[in-house]
Design a protein around this ligand. Structure first.
Ligand SMILES: Nc1nc2c(c(=O)[nH]1)N=C([C@H](O)[C@H](O)COP(=O)(O)OP(=O)(O)OP(=O)(O)O)CN2
Ligand SMILES: [Zn+2]
Length: 126
């Protein structure tokens, strides 16, 4: 079948952060319940019509978010030198999940990270 399938999972994690150099209250430690959406592209379905099992995506996401949930993100090695903004969190998740899930059949296409229901960032690589 020609065309591209994109499957996704949506989840969340809770953590604290502060934005170094931010000219305002976001420079102080505060928390968010980040909403995460992970999109995976695939051109071929398996014999039962699945691109990639949602459970495989959820397990990979759970592993990475397990390192971030209920943490101060600024303490994590990934955000030692760059701010834990939505943009940088999306980039970090994209790279970690690509390492875990990409193979000859499936590819992480983008990761969306929202700090509030109305504001967030999306990261992908061409
Ligand atoms: N492009 C970005 N802008 C901002 C980020 C970010 O990650 N990328 N982050 C912040 C702060 O983390 C801030 O806590 C979030 O700000 P905001 O979305 O405005 O959230 P509020 O709870 O303050 O929203 P209100 O609508 O004002 O209640 C800032 N900018
Ligand atoms: Zn914030």
């Amino acid at each position: 079948m020609p065309g591209v399938f994109e499957v996704y999972v949506k989840t969340h994690f809770s953590a604290a952060h502060r934005l170094r150099g931010y000219p305002g209250d976001c420079a102080r430690v505060h928390g968010h319940n980040w909403i995460i959406e992970v999109y995976v592209q695939c051109r071929k379905l398996n014999e039962i019509g699945i691109a990639i099992d949602f459970r495989d995506i959820k397990n990979a996401v759970k592993e990475v978010l397990g390192r971030m949930d209920h943490c101060d993100l600024n303490d994590l090695p990934a955000f030692k030198d760059e701010n834990p903004t939505s943009e940088n969190i999306a980039g970090f998740l994209y790279r970690e999940l690509s390492r875990a899930l990409n193979d000859g059949t499936v590819k992480i296409s983008k990761v969306k990270v929202c700090e509030t229901p109305g504001a967030g960032a999306i990261y992908w690589e061409d």
